[in-house]
Design a protein around this ligand. Sequence first.
Ligand code: PLP
Length: 394
Amino acid sequence: MQISNRISAVCESGSLKMAARCQEMRRQGVDVVSMTLGEPDFAAPEHVKQAAIKAVADDWSHYGPVPGYPSLREAIAGTLGGRYQANEIMVSTGAKQVIYNAIMVTINKGEEVVIPTPCWVSYMEIVKLAEGVPVTVPTTAETNWKVTAEQLEAALNERTKMVMLCSPNNPTGSVYSRAELEALITILERFPDVWILSDEIYQHINYIREVVSLADFENIRERLILVNGISKAYAMTGYRIGWMATKSRDLWQAYNRLQGQSTTCACTVAQKAAEAAYLASQDCVEQMRLAFEKRRDLIMELVREWPDVTCTCPEGAFYIFPDVSAYYPRLAKRLGSVSAASREMTEYLLNEAHVACVAGADFGEDRCIRLSYATDESTIREAMKRIAEALKRI
Ligand code: PLP
């Protein structure tokens, strides 16, 4: 019996694979410190939990409308400063499904999707599932891992169907300024038929107090696919609620049709909890943001002590993405192999330091590794100490 060619071409998620290995080692009694996870370590806010419990008690247990409850979509629209109406919003099972659905309903076989790298592991694989062609645009630490207008211009052509942007970025933590976005938009104005998907899932976890949303730019709003959700800002990853905002009726209806034939709607209890998250005080978001900022400062202080490693300072999200490539030739020698790169490095750190992190290769940048600091300060200190010692032994 054979599985489809479609799924055979898709890679397993590197971060989920590493997290699974970490759990397996722990089961065997090894004291592994995990820096892999892309989720806040905090519990969901108390009022959100209560809203979920109430939703169960009040029997929100039937199928909901395909696009999401109108009350939740009103609440989401309320966060968007009057730019979108509730009927321009679609609620799905996490931002991941939003991106999946949006790509499925826009990309035809052979059409190109421009993706600046390093980028979140799933973008390229979802494009491949839609039989589209991911066109990666490698960025460097010199531009703080941000794509420049020149690079974007060089990547666009008549086959381009979509450009995907993510700010704050996973894995680099980079945040585009208004001027940088304006420069990109100036280029995109010459390609009016290209969709712009803006993944803003880390919008509220930032250390500059203001993340500019692509929804701010009126001249691209007709073709903007705005993606966000509750996973990161409210520590509600397991509730699985994400959403899209779009001005395109065609896109909205196509998405509605796809969701209606696949998942029907997002979990109704989780939708009620998400509504509570958006409507209640946002103090919990700020408290978690402050905690992440402290951890960001701590981990940056510690990573600067690693010899021969460079690391840009993240302005958002909860990852650092240090360049550890100076160690690769020595690591290859130590391993007795011809060459070594980020996968060998993460394997080495797992086996030698018992610290799990994710290979940069999984994000399209082999010189780096990704460490999540969505964990408590003592875990951060322990992981960074273990890695520093293991690097010295290379
Ligand atoms: N976009 C980025 C950049 C992410 O890092 C993640 C999760 O790690 C997602 C989207 C998916 O978020 P959700 O948990 O809402 O599906």
